[in-house]
Design a protein around this ligand. Structure first.
Ligand code: C5P
Length: 261
């Protein structure tokens, strides 16, 4: 176990730093291909989607020993502000999911403004364009790993058409992921079904952080395109974002442990 690591070996030394990645071969892969799949030691970030600071603290405390990190989003940030984010995250690796999208100067200012929170990951919309992405990457100054949001999973081909973006969705996702990589971002957030294409297109070092994860047999909720944690990792995901299957369980710690197992 690494210094500062937990029982699951997921936490790197140094506060809120993404932990080290290791390479492993999944048993289900044909041995002859020798293909390797990159997977973090504890790939799970729990999405704490609530405006209730007390509930967020309780959830964070319950799951913290069993997961790689915590994701707090716009909902929590708008309701409670940066100090509450610091309070809830504690020393856990923090994924700050703010999905920033504005002119380059403003986004760069926002990135600098959250630097003191020392998030491991911060999201920006890749559709903000190359100048905005470069400005964000420059402002992050290697201190935060920036992830590009490509096409929101709530949008379909018809929605892209209505906002004047060229579809189909899969092509737009690929276009924006390549733009994010070119601008110096560390990776993207993508749906489980885009993992294989983006891994092939963007290379082994580009981070793929994947929501829409459901353990076998779990309720799908409003997610339409889901995969199990094992399937997503085998496809090439680096990190998994899991919310309700953990936070909606009467015993969130047990749910997190079951998923890891
Ligand atoms: O509860 P559930 O596991 O569906 O939570 C998924 C989390 O991932 C939520 O915080 C949601 O906002 C986020 N997310 C998503 N789809 C995206 C990007 C982020 O579900 N495309």
């Amino acid at each position: 176990m690494a210094p500062g690591g937990d029982a699951f070996g997921g936490i790197a030394p140094g506060r809120n730093r993404p932990y080290l990645l290791r390479t492993r071969v999944f048993a289900s892969e044909p041995a002859s291909t020798g293909a390797k799949v990159r997977a973090p030691m504890n790939p799970v970030f729990v999405a704490i989607d609530t405006v209730d600071r007390g509930r967020a603290r309780a959830l964070a405390a319950a799951v913290r020993p069993h997961v790689g990190g915590l994701k707090l989003g716009l909902e929590f940030f708008c309701a409670n502000g940066p100090e509450a984010v610091r309070d809830v995250a504690g020393d856990a690796p923090l994924f700050l999911d703010l999905k920033l999208h504005d002119i380059p100067n403003t986004v760069a200012g926002a990135v600098r403004a959250v630097l003191p929170l020392r998030p491991a990951f911060l999201t920006v919309h890749a559709a903000g364009g190359p100048a905005m992405l470069r400005a964000a990457a420059e402002a992050a100054a290697g201190e935060i790993k920036l992830l590009g949001v490509t096409v929101l999973t709530s949008l379909d081909d018809g929605d892209l058409d209505r906002v004047g973006q060229r579809g189909p969705v899969a092509d737009q996702v690929r276009r924006l992921a390549l733009l994010a990589r070119e601008a110096g971002l560390s990776g993207v957030v993508c749906s489980p079904h885009e993992i294989r294409t983006l891994r092939a297109e963007c290379g082994p070092d580009f981070l793929l952080v994947v929501p829409g994860i459901r353990p076998a047999g779990a309720g799908v909720g409003d997610q339409k395109r889901v995969m199990t944690p094992a399937e997503a990792l085998a496809a090439g995901a680096d990190h998994l974002v899991i919310g309700r299957p953990i936070t909606g369980d009467p015993d969130p710690a047990a749910a997190a442990r079951r998923i890891l197992a």
